[in-house]
Design a protein around this ligand. Structure first.
Ligand SMILES: [Zn+2]
Ligand SMILES: [Zn+2]
Length: 708
């Protein structure tokens, strides 16, 4: 049972590391007696096996030799195929096609990447290499001047190692062994010192002459990692800290089969084409300017059209649902956020406070340092203002500005409110991670009896909007308490009611939903919306949160029908998150080809020659008079060139005007895919267009699709 590790590759370091087959194998060698264990299989049947059998052998017994599993679930815990079993348990295989399976594949591929990099670049030091949403990455120190062109070589090396079919082994190590094994890599040593409990040791995984600090589990052989591709290189900081070493991050993807890899690669290509940062530039929708600041979005006229149309659409439905629009300023006193708990608790994710002018002059005369100033603010010794990180405190003050009775409730206050957060500069990206954004925010002040109905209303709003945008595939996550935690505020019975209300709301509608214990905020349960776009990517948008905490902190009240004072419950909801993020998602969802009602320009009028200039101007003027966003090109370019030039703006339609059209007062309609519908009477076109816009059709359909 006890095998000495071959340690030649460890620079003559010869520790007494033992390879323990399975975590529970007895120290110092197993006995010889053959006992049996009962193993429950996925179908519920129970088989007897000799004690000491590996999880992998049982998976083969269940699934046959041609299974697609890469690890095993033993009593619900993920284990390597090599773990030995010596007591009764349940076993099932983890397929490489499941979420758990693909995670193990990705993490295993990260090891393979580090092995390939260090064999090609012996000075490179692997730091961390996790599995992520769509693949994996590994961060390397001392890997300078590594660019996209180097990826091919590393990828070739990875395939070569994968083909060698190296066994991936789990090896237990003591603290001193770990320190010696990784002595040449200060990053791993830092992890060992910071993350591992003193004296507890840990495990390494080794394949061939390479090993990494890791808890596993992993695939049992590098041959499982053949379908791997490296996708990009970027830079990162050690531990995400800009004051620490700059690292080279290499990204890759891995799949269980060749076909799956092919599908993923084409999805990545498609995603690249749809990248809202690229399309935002091509379509002139927004701009970020270094002189204004990172993560601060400048909405250009064409992008502002999209945002305004969306806001108007949402506002229409808010009105229908009985919301009241309010406006509040962008800053508020520090004391307000002390009361709400946003300061100093969330200080790190906020812009630093603003000090009042007179106070600033006085402190500066006294020679006060920045550090002292910051401490005084945190301690509440001096007053200041903050850029608002949330709209809630402002809305609460509107609620509290009048005596409220049960007749006023539910009171629904809505605002497209702009808030500011201090995102790390490395995290900032396009419209989806920004430092200033406008939430589609609202706060509902309700009685406990009204929670269920109001949560339902919030979900209904989301359904209506998603449907209009052709986003029919979405799911709802209901975040509940962690039954074992005591961090939650509010009475347990109230929580039961609120959680039930969220559950009921989610289940009463025709959507996929799941309960997620432990995902509630400390002040109440919540509902998240996760939408799938047309190419199958999931985006988490906004939330609906029930809150018992803030009404308490601000001592909010209403007079009940019994004449007594009661505490309202608050519901925070920003179902689309922010206008920035939502528009970013929509740009990618539509690949810049917005539905007619949202398109920055709806119709581009193109004349074929100078003979149609007058008619072209007449058509464009009539369209504008009817409220259509129209653009006219009556210039000298050939019609072919005009079409190419205007196509990049993705109008819903182009109108091509030649002699026939001019003579008969008609238009030739050109759809985005190039299909045309000729000789349409102008007034008929205008009627159909207005109808398409007013009914908010998700797909422009004035030109019927050509028969195949
Ligand atoms: Zn690992
Ligand atoms: Zn809020």
């Amino acid at each position: 049972m006890v095998i000495l590790l071959n340690v030649q590759y460890l620079n003559n370091f010869n520790p007494s590391i033992v390879k323990v087959k399975g975590e529970s194998a007895p120290e110092g060698g197993g006995g010889t007696s053959m006992s049996m264990i009962s193993v429950t299989l996925p179908d519920g049947s129970v088989n007897e096996y000799a004690s000491g059998i590996t999880a992998g052998e049982i998976v083969i017994d269940i699934e046959g030799r041609k299974h697609d599993c890469i690890a095993a679930l033993v009593d619900g815990q993920q284990k390597d195929f090599s773990s030995t079993l010596d007591s009764d348990c349940s076993v099932e295989g983890i397929s490489g096609f499941t979420d758990d399976g693909i995670h193990i594949l990705r993490h295993s591929a990260a090891h393979l990447l580090a092995q390939a990099v260090t064999s090609l670049y012996p000075n490179a030091k692997p730091t961390i290499g996790p599995a992520i949403d769509r693949g994996f990455y590994y961060d390397f120190a001392d890997l300078e001047e590594f660019g996209e062109s180097e990826l091919k070589v590393v990828q070739k090396k990875m395939h070569e190692i994968a083909r060698r079919n190296l066994t991936v082994e789990r090896v237990k190590c003591t603290d001193s062994e770990l320190n010696e094994l990784f002595s040449a890599n200060p990053y791993k040593i830092e992890i060992i010192n910071d993350k591992l409990e003193d004296g507890a040791g840990s495990t390494i995984y080794r394949q061939g002459d390479w090993y990494d600090l890791c808890l596993g589990p992993h695939v049992h052989s590098t041959a499982k990692l053949m379908h791997v591709r490296l996708t990009s290189v970027s830079s990162a900081f050690w531990r995400g800290d800009q004051s620490r070493e700059r690292l080279t991050r290499i990204y890759g993807i891995v799949e269980p089969t060749k076909d799956a890899l092919k599908a993923t690669m084409s999805a990545i290509e498609e995603a690249k084409k749809r990248d809202h940062r690229k399309l935002g530039k091509d379509l002139q929708l927004f701009h970020v300017d270094e002189d204004v600041g990172q993560g601060l979005i400048l909405w250009t006229p064409r992008g502002a059209v999209v945002r305004t149309c969306l806001q108007d659409f949402i506002s229409e439905h808010l009105k229908r649902q009985g919301y009241h629009q309010v406006y509040t300023p962008h800053i508020g006193k520090l004391d307000l956020y002390r009361k709400s708990g946003h300061f100093p608790y969330y200080q790190d994710s906020q812009y630093p406070p603003l000090v009042e002018k007179d106070m600033m002059a006085k402190l500066s005369d006294e020679g006060c340092t920045c550090g002292e100033l910051s401490n005084m603010m945190a301690a509440g010794d001096i007053e200041g203002y903050m850029l608002k990180p949330m709209n809630c405190p402002h809305h609460i003050k509107i609620y509290a500005s009048q005596a409220r009775s049960y007749r006023d409730l539910p009171l629904r206050l809505a605002e497209f409110g702009t808030v500011y957060r201090w995102e790390q500069s490395g995290e900032i990206s396009g419209l989806t991670r920004v430092r200033g954004f406008t939430q589609d925010d609202a706060h509902l002040f309700v009685t406990e009896d009204q929670i269920a109905n109001e949560v339902l209303g919030c979900i209904e709003l989301v359904q209506v909007i998603f449907e209009a945008l052709g986003m029919s595939d979405y799911r709802v996550r209901v975040g509940l308490r962690d039954p074992d935690s005591s961090k939650y505020v509010g009475a347990s019975e109230k929580w039961d009611l609120a959680e039930d209300a969220c559950r009921q709301a989610a289940s009463s509608l025709d959507v996929n939903w799941s309960e997620e214990p432990g995902e509630a905020a400390f002040y109440g349960p919540k509902i998240d919306f996760v939408v799938k776009d047309v190419i199958g990517r999931e985006w988490q948008l906004g939330t609906v949160q029930v809150d018992y905490n803030l009404p308490e902190r601000f001592d909010l009240q209403y007079k009940g029908s019994d004449g007594e004072m009661h505490r309202p419950v608050m519901i925070h909801r920003a179902p689309f998150g922010s206008m920035e993020r939502f528009c970013g998602v929509l740009i990618e969802h539509f690949a810049g080809k917005f539905p007619t009602w949202l398109a920055p320009t709806q119709v581009h009028v193109l004349t074929i020659s100078e003979k149609q200039v007058e008619y072209g101007r007449e058509v464009a003027a009539k369209l504008k008079a009817a409220g259509i966003r129209a653009d006219l090109d009556d210039g000298d370019h050939t019609i072919g060139k005009k079409i190419r030039m205007h196509r990049k703006f993705q109008p819903a339609y182009m109108l091509i005007l030649g002699d026939d059209e001019t003579e008969n007062n008609t238009v030739s309609i050109r759809a985005r895919n190039g299909d045309q519908r000729a000789g349409v009477e102008f007034n008929l076109f205008l009627d159909e267009l207005l109808n398409e816009i007013n009914t908010k059709k998700a797909i422009p359909s004035l030109v019927p699709a050509k028969e195949e």
